[in-house]
Write a new protein. Sequence first.
Length: 631
Amino acid sequence: MAIAATFLGRSHQDLPVEFGQLWLPVGFGGLLGVLFGRSDIRLRSINRRLGDSERRFQQFYQKTPAMLHSIDSEGRLLYVSQSWLDTLGYDREEVIGKNFFDFVIAENNRDIQTTHFQKLRDFGEIRDLNYQLRQANGSSIEVSISEVPQHNYDGQLTESLAVLNDLTNHRAAEERIERLAYYDTLTGLPNRALMNDRILQSLALARRDNRQVGLFFFDLDRFKLINDTQGHAVGDMVLRSVAQRLKKFIREGDTFARMGGDEFVIVQADPNHDLNFMIMGQRILDTLGQPFQIGSREFFTTASIGVAVYPVDGDDPQTLLKSADTAMYVAKSRGRNNLQFFSDDMNASALAKTDLESRLRHALSSGELQQHYQPQVNLATGRITGVEALLRWYDSNGKPIPPGQIISVAEESGLVFPLGEWVLKTACSQAKAWQDAGLPSFRMAVNLSGHHIRQTNFIDRVESILDETGVLPNTLEIELAENSVMGNVNESIMALTDLKIRGVSLAIDDFGTGYSSLLYLKHFPIHRIKIAQEFIRDIIHNPDYAAITEAILSMANSLNLSVTAVGVEDPIQLDFLRKRGCLEVQGRLFGSAMSAEEMTIFLKNAGNEFLEAKNQASKRDLTCKESKGIH
């Protein structure tokens, strides 16, 4: 205690304090020392973290892929991101401290700056404000700015942070979307949507000025042959070549559009008050008549053109297009590669087709349609080897409606599928009935459209009908017109091969009238070709037809194909065919087309005996004619 007293003071009298009373000030002082020491450490840590955050923020600010900048209350640039610099093409030293609005392209930059800050104060932010900015290379870009302000404790604007969106890609995307919506991607021509709008504009101007408008609707003749034999890539190049070639003489104010596929439309305003639109039509024909050079090969195509004129043939886009389309189909029916103007007669014909379509729909469900059968005869034996099912339909006056007219309407209306199914099912049912009656077996030939083999469920439907009727597949022979098969080679080969595998016989009808060749024919899995009756009809008096028939017979023999000559009506025709190795014929000389009842009687009572006698009589008749010098 004495030591403590001496340490603390000179004597008890000078510092009358007990040592035990000193713990509070000593402890409090120590506590303060500890607390202040720790606070100093914490402050240094906070400052270090703030410094790190600021460096990270600056790195983020500079390296972000977005265009960012900060400006002070005078518009001077404080910070800019690297993306901002890269987009505009400046170095950082060139822009920091410079007035941002000096980079804005405007008549009065200071007015722009004043308006900019006024919006920032009034609305508390800026959203999607567009500016044109000057780039370092002298060009410009359009940007959209969104900006938020920063204020001090007194509420005064100190700086702001802006995000800039480069609208260059956005504009390009908008243009791409517009082109996709209104332009054909293959040819670059206006598409159907834009074409309709252009027609409306042309008609509006024509009404105002009392002028005419010509609408040319055309497609390429036999373009499918190029597509199917050379591939769609070549076909696309031909379409692009057509577009490029015709663009050269399309005047300003006219419209050249692609409807789709190989269909095109040209809308021509009244050409210099010259009402003769024939000049444009002939120019199209002449231009497309020249060969197209695709790679090292030349391709030839022509056009069938239909023309409708406003206001004579219609006063709205839909009517004009319909009229021109009608005229175009007339051009095709008249040999292709020609121009046809719409007329009231065409309209009447179109109305008649529409009426026929309506009646055909009713006939399919009401049982008006009939099936007749014509025998096919083996010349070596005189026996029936097959019958062909032939569609028959009579109008209310009992007059037969031509089968070609029925098929044409059916194909255009989509009725070809239910019609073909009816024909196939009726023929197979009849074949089964004759089999059940104990009649000799023979082929049932059914002529179908090329549309059927391109139908996705065609093979399944054939198989289903065979199952339903109980007819064996080898009883059925499906005939397809040469043109319909060659019009889509790859699909035809696949479908026909599938049918052959299932046991169905296959024949090419009207052979010689189309455009097939030995090269393609040898790839088809067919059993028989049928020589078109137009050749047989004039085989004696037309040397060309005689030569064609001989060539077909020779070709078929080399390919090991059976041949049926159709339309044999005269013993001289028969002798010509027999001498050249034709073993099967079909025609009125051996039997006309008969109803199912008539054919049944023919087969039961007089069939094979009649045919043998007919064959012998034909030989005698031929001998008699030869003896009289008839050739």
